[in-house]
Design a protein around this ligand. Structure first.
Ligand SMILES: Nc1ncnc2c1ncn2[C@@H]1O[C@H](COP(=O)(O)OP(=O)(O)O)[C@@H](O)[C@H]1O
Ligand SMILES: [Mg+2]
Length: 265
């Protein structure tokens, strides 16, 4: 593992931080060096944690997470590793993501994936989560992953759009989250169905939600989705769709969050 860089307290941890570390009994909350995890580290961790029996190769590396094709016995799975890594966002704040934060993101994605799956959405079945790693069903065939929606030519785009909106409505109305990064990149196309993925940035629409933020994210997701369908000549009004979503669910205590949308909520 990488050496711990005590960025905030280079030499001498304060009494408070030592007390906190002692209470925690681990290194949560400390910052670590920028460190791209290697395939060997991932392989060791995944096997040690019982998440995989074999780690084949890295499929891609996003901003915060790397994606690996792994096997658990005979079953191909996707392993998503949230890295102790400096993202563009962290760079701005001159900070690092602490391991605890990476674990929290992995846990959030796993829990939300499970909630979405249980609610009936077409998402990859979550399989396991340990630390900053999670596994889920591999959507694809053999070693060939499903293409992203942006790379496919649909035969019945209208139906597919409806299907995706129905799934997203389940997420919003029943699971109470907005996706926050929905686009033709984060939807896979496989076996004639759309699979929504990549949930770590989703925002919870509960009693403490900031409704204006909810509406902004929801609208942006819908606009991004509709953007892809424009090439098929499909034009729908994003505001109408947002209105339908809001008419299906707004947390009870937030019904009157904004007079302009209260009528539809
Ligand atoms: N369950 C999965 N099955 C097949 N491919 C996947 C799966 N999850 C992710 N991928 C592939 O990895 C890419 C990145 O995954 P994603 O969850 O969007 O992470 P990020 O965008 O944060 O890197 C996806 O666009 C897709 O091509
Ligand atoms: Mg993605």
């Amino acid at each position: 593992m990488s050496p711990v860089v005590e960025k905030l307290n280079p030499r001498k941890p304060s009494a408070l931080s030592m007390k906190r570390d002692a209470q925690r009994g681990d290194k949560r909350g400390r910052t670590v060096a920028i460190n791209e995890i290697t395939l060997d580290e991932v392989r060791n961790d995944a096997i040690k944690f019982g998440l995989a029996t074999e780690v084949l190769y890295q499929m891609n590396g996003g901003k915060e997470a790397s994606i690996y094709l792994v096997y658990w016995k005979d079953f191909p799975l996707i392993l998503k590793a949230y890295r102790f890594w400096q993202s563009a966002q962290a760079k701005k704040s001159k900070g690092f993501f602490a391991p605890g934060r990476m674990q929290a993101i992995a846990a959030k994605e796993y829990d939300l994936l499970l909630a979405c799956f249980n609610a009936g959405m077409n998402v990859p079945t979550p399989v396991g989560r340990v630390g900053n790693y999670l596994t889920m069903r591999f959507v694809g065939n053999g070693l060939e992953p499903a293409p992203q929606l942006r790379n496919v030519q649909l035969e019945e785009p209208d139906l597919v759009l409806d299907e995706i909106l129905d799934d997203y409505l389940i997420m919003y109305r029943d699971v109470h989250y907005v996706h926050g990064d929905l686009s033709a990149y984060n939807i896979l196309w496989w076996e004639g169905r759309a699979w929504i993925i990549d949930l770590p940035q989703a925002y919870q629409v509960g009693p403490w939600a900031e409704m204006k933020r909810v509406v902004t994210l929801l609208r942006r997701d819908i606009v991004n989705l509709l953007q892809y369908f424009k090439k098929y000549g499909i034009r729908r009004d994003p505001d109408e769709i947002v209105k339908v979503f809001l008419s299906e669910y707004v947390p009870h205590n937030l019904r009157n969050y904004d007079e302009t949308v209260a009528g539809g909520a």
